[in-house]
Design a protein around this ligand. Structure first.
Ligand code: SF4
Length: 345
């Protein structure tokens, strides 16, 4: 695998056009390169056989395809696979992606940052701090380098990091995933999950058509500020106002993620308050079982409480799903991702 030089993966068609122009190569070479990277998935510039020998030679002086394999792979007994990638300039940092097969769906949960700045109290990633943003190349590499890449049906930005704190790279990655010259995916297959960085969310709603999942986790601002500190800078009230102004009727799905904690946010009155606050929004609610992490001072909600919570929301006409936990035995479940390289443990 050649990863010497600047990565071509992560370049938009326009950027590739500028690049080939700088080398004095014909404009159509840009489309050919995009085709080799995103469609034919070659690993070396030398394999781009319809490019002239001169073009390959010139490009190879400074560029590489830039697809790098995961450095570690762990498989759960339920079929979930967690991948570890080296990331960040100079290496030495790690990020994780989780492959989740489920019947005819095959979802890849990808990371957008090395660590996270949001500091949600229930999340192992939040505990490890923030080491930097991923580049568009590092985001797409997670999708393109794993062995199940060709059979993926869905991508969710629910791994390490807050995607909208790295909006430039994430929105560019989504643009490449959905472009004809890129993966050519329907935006319906991609979900961007956010705590609600309001200005960047407005931008994501404008610039992409992907599905939006908002991590709400609490029925009111006071409790949310304790669980999701970002509430103080980006109040959910503002996020909901923004979402209310957006038209979600054109097949774009809006969902809310709500992790349930025993005795904290899982009472029926919490469900009623949540339903009240989400009134008028055409949305789906995902209830997420909490996977305990040390010293969080939070316990998972009992199954009966989760079902009672779901029942209240269903009665209020909110389609609500209790998520199944996947990959718990390999720390791949929601909130458990945290840079683990097994050889370092
Ligand atoms: Fe960051 Fe998401 Fe963890 Fe919150 S839950 S700390 S936004 S990775």
């Amino acid at each position: 695998m050649n990863t010497t030089g600047k990565p071509l993966i992560g370049q938009t068609l326009d950027e590739l056009k500028q690049l080939v122009a700088a080398y004095g190569l014909p404009t159509f070479t840009a489309k050919q390169i995009a085709d080799w990277i995103y469609r034919k998935r070659v690993l070396h510039i030398a394999d781009m056989t319809n490019l002239s020998a001169r073009a390959r030679e010139l490009l190879s002086q400074q560029w590489c395809v830039g697809v790098a394999e995961p450095v570690e792979r762990r498989q759960s007994k339920d079929g979930t696979v967690k991948y570890l990638f080296e990331a960040g300039e100079g290496g030495g940092h790690y990020i994780e992606s989780v492959y989740i097969p489920d019947g005819d769906r095959a979802t890849l949960c990808i990371s957008s940052q090395i660590g996270c700045q949001m500091g949600c109290t229930f999340c192992a990633t939040g505990r490890q701090g923030y080491k930097g943003n991923l580049t568009t190349a590092e985001i797409l590499n997670q999708v393109q380098s794993i062995e199940q890449s060709d059979s993926l049906t869905n991508i969710v930005f629910m791994g390490m990091g807050e995607p909208l704190n790295n909006a430039d790279a994430v929105l560019k990655a989504i643009a490449i995933m959905t472009a004809d010259y890129g993966y050519g995916w329907s935006p319906k297959r991609i979900t961007l999950s956010t705590v609600g960085i309001t200005p960047q969310l407005a931008r994501a709603l404008d610039e992409s058509q992907c599905q939006i999942a908002v991590s709400i986790h609490a029925p009111n601002a006071a409790l949310r500020a304790q669980l999701v500190p970002a509430e103080k800078a980006y109040p959910m009230h503002d996020t909901l106002e923004l979402l209310r102004r957006h038209d979600f009727s054109h097949q774009r799905r809006l969902s809310f993620e709500y992790t349930l904690f025993d005795g904290v946010n899982d009472r029926k009155e919490d469900a009623l308050e949540l339903a009240h606050n989400l009134q008028g929004l055409d949305c789906h609610i995902n209830l997420i079982p909490f996977h305990a992490i040390p010293d969080a001072g939070l316990r998972p909600s009992p199954r009966a409480a989760m079902e009672a919570f779901q029942e209240v929301l269903n009665q209020k006409r909110f389609p609500t799903t209790i998520r199944r936990s996947r990959g718990q035995d390999i720390e791949a479940a929601c909130g458990l991702l945290s840079k683990i390289k097994q050889t370092q443990l």
